[in-house]
Write a protein that binds this ligand. Sequence first.
Ligand code: DAH
Length: 340
Amino acid sequence: MGELLKSLEGLRKEVKEKIDKAFSSSQLEKIKSVYLGRKGVLASSFKDLSALPEEKRREAGRIANEIKSELHKLFSQKQEYLKISDRGGKEEIFDYTLPGKKNLSGRFHPLTQLSSQIVEIFYGMGFEVVYGPDVETNYYNFDALNFPQDHPARDMMDTFYIDEKRLLRTHTSPVQIRVFEKRKPPARILAPGRVYRNEAINARSYCVFYQVEGFYVDRDVTMADLKGVLLAFFQKLFGKDVRLRFRASFFPFTEPSAEVDISCVICGGKGCSVCKHRGWLEVVGAGMIDPEVFRAVGYDPEVYSGYAFGMGIDRMALLKYRIDDIRLFWENDLRFLRQF
Ligand code: DAH
């Protein structure tokens, strides 16, 4: 009987090890049928029991049965475990020590982020957002904005023409006309969007860029309103210390017109390479809407007045994020974009 028990003990160790090492359900099934099957190794050990004398047989039988139920238990435990890790019965080991997969999340482009920020600030001051089409007509882009037929600005702007009448808008000002045509004052509008100019591409300019147009028409709107709104805006965007400066200028659709500078956001006005040691940055074109524009859309310039302003979002982004090459915004290099 000593012999038999020894071989049962050996069998138990052997099967336990095999169960331990099994890495798939099908492999485990095979092991189970070899050892515990009806014609398996354990079954033949039971046969050997019958050769023993009665007393010893009972003792050995008890031990053999214990081993048998223990192994059955181990098989079913391992089976449960493999069901979870097997993943659809495929023969693979699930390695819990591997690093997890990183889910890369998308984000808004820096220009979109800044544009939203600008919109939000003006929204807080009662402006409504309106969008105009990128493909405009000569009428909206130039004529209605009081550009004379032979005005050099039509060339100066290096317009991309689609045909005689249609072009890619060179600024967001045509949205003024589209709004005025559709509604009566008061109108306090912000119009962000892409504009296009056939300009040489370099670190400071690109053939596509973003502008935001703002305008307010009502009775008794003055240049002081314009100053107040712009100052509040720039202080929200760049901080309380920003100062404004208005310089006389000319635009066909405003009279009087101004270029608006802000004190340099890099050096605070002391002078640095960004402001070319002037202490000021030119960021906005603005003015009081020209009576000719009102006449073109049927507003009475004796009753209504309004201001308008336009600024480049890309230019502002360069300042805000301290970037020195505008082309970075268009290359979509993830190493750049992921920093925002
Ligand atoms: N549209 C002008 C440009 O692209 C900017 C501008 C100037 C807009 C004066 C205005 C304005 O609304 O009043 O250069």
